[in-house]
Design a protein around this ligand. Structure first.
Ligand SMILES: *Cc1c(COP(=O)(O)O)cnc(C)c1O
Length: 383
């Protein structure tokens, strides 16, 4: 769809110059899970699903798939156009692109689920589109329309359909990116943008729980910062804290609010909920936590189940005295918190059978895979 001259002309020029060339990646994966090579000849499903991957050993790690979706925009135009699927592969960038030099970029994450009926579903993809738009506004970037975004996700999932794991084995994780790809030397918004979506099959996280180390020196987000959007700049600054915690045997770090250092915020890439009696509490959306779509969904699901939901500041002390705690995010769905350690003090929580997080997990994943009827219009069936 041509939105205007300058954007489409820029797109055609950039195609001719091959500034964003994609090179087919022939290897399926070099990792240890016994994945076989996906040759070009095997694209449209002529390879049986069961010999494509060892579906039982999927983790949350990259397995390159067949296609990705690319769409461009010059800032003069302000709108994206000419989106298309292309073979998955490396991208070429100007050394002076805004994303490489100044971190002007956003990410998203959502999944395509294969149900017992073999149909493939997306879960609330328009929410990811809206969140990308909010982030783009904050980072001075144009963004795809919700229609373009959801359309690109459907196309990416369908083009890589053979990589959507069988029911119960996992899902196809789709990673949209919005990047300042135009060349710029001065510190300023990029003159050209690229939207890109790629996919990788990932495993389930039915088992295990989170063992948190509460971080009291490094802060993930500050008031007025970008902690409330999925900016690519939010993640590497916390690698050091997370790496150190993992070296001590923790699963992840739990961050406190930078303003007071007293209230819990969230983990590296998931939101947190605290349960006590009939009350479920979670930190509020106030710019320093990421407004998770799973978080938003769980708030609704838990209130149907009769729980009282409170979105408010939660002192660490309250978490340390909770009955139960759990985390939410697209990658993990819902995962119980097994323990929290703060300055040498460790608190443990009940996990597994009969817990609230287990009930919520079953309800959420039931809706996502079509086992539980979707009465909310959250599901987008794509085949
Ligand atoms: C993506 C993300 C989440 C979870 O959001 P969902 O929409 O539920 O996947 C939570 N916290 C951070 C920091 C994130 O990046």
């Amino acid at each position: 769809m041509f939105r205007g001259k300058s954007c489409s002309a820029e797109w055609i020029r950039s195609r001719r110059r091959d500034v964003f060339v994609t090179k087919p990646l022939r290897q399926c994966s070099r990792n240890a899970i016994g994945v076989q090579t996906a040759s070009d000849a095997s694209i449209n499903g002529d390879r049986e699903e069961h010999d494509l991957c060892n579906w039982d050993e999927l983790k949350f790690s990259l397995i390159p798939t067949d296609y990705m979706y690319v769409m461009k925009c010059s800032s003069g135009e302000g709108a994206f156009s000419q989106g298309h699927l292309t073979r998955y592969g490396n991208v070429e960038l100007s050394p002076s692109s805004g994303v490489l030099n100044y971190g002007q970029g956003l990410l998203e994450g959502l999944k395509a689920y294969r149900g017992d009926d073999n149909r493939i579903r997306l879960f609330r993809p328009e929410q990811n589109a809206l969140r990308m738009q909010m982030g783009a506004e904050r980072m001075c970037m144009p963004s795809p329309t919700a229609e373009q975004f959801v359309g690109s996700i459907k196309q990416t999932a369908l083009a890589n359909k053979r990589w959507v794991p069988p029911p119960g084995k996992g899902s196809l994780y789709i990673r949209p990116l919005l990047l300042g790809t135009g060349a710029i030397l001065g510190v300023a918004p990029s003159p050209e943008y690229t939207f890109l979506a790629y996919a990788s099959p990932v495993g389930n996280y039915f088992t295990g729980s989170m063992h948190f180390s509460v971080e009291d020196k490094v802060y993930r987000a500050i008031p007025g910062g970008t902690g409330g959007i999925k900016s690519i700049t939010n993640y590497s600054p916390i690698y050091k804290a997370v790496t150190q915690a993992k070296a001590k045997g923790f699963t992840d770090v739990l961050f406190l609010d930078a303003a007071t250092g007293k209230n819990i915020e969230e983990a590296t890439a998931c939101n947190i909920f605290v349960a006590k009696g009939n009350v479920i509490s979670t930190p509020p959306i106030a710019g320093t936590i990421l407004p998770g779509i799973t978080r938003k969904t769980i708030i609704e699901v838990a209130s149907w189940l009769g729980y009282q939901i409170e979105e408010r500041a939660i002192p660490l002390e309250e978490l340390m005295n909770a009955d139960e705690a759990f985390c939410t995010g697209t990658a993990i769905a819902i995962k119980p918190v097994g323990s929290v350690t703060y300055q040498g003090q460790r608190v443990e929580y009940k996990t597994g059978e009969g817990t609230l997080s287990e009930t919520l997990f079953r309800t959420l994943t039931g809706i996502q895979t079509g086992r539980i009827e979707d009465t909310m219009g959250w599901i987008v069936e794509i085949d």
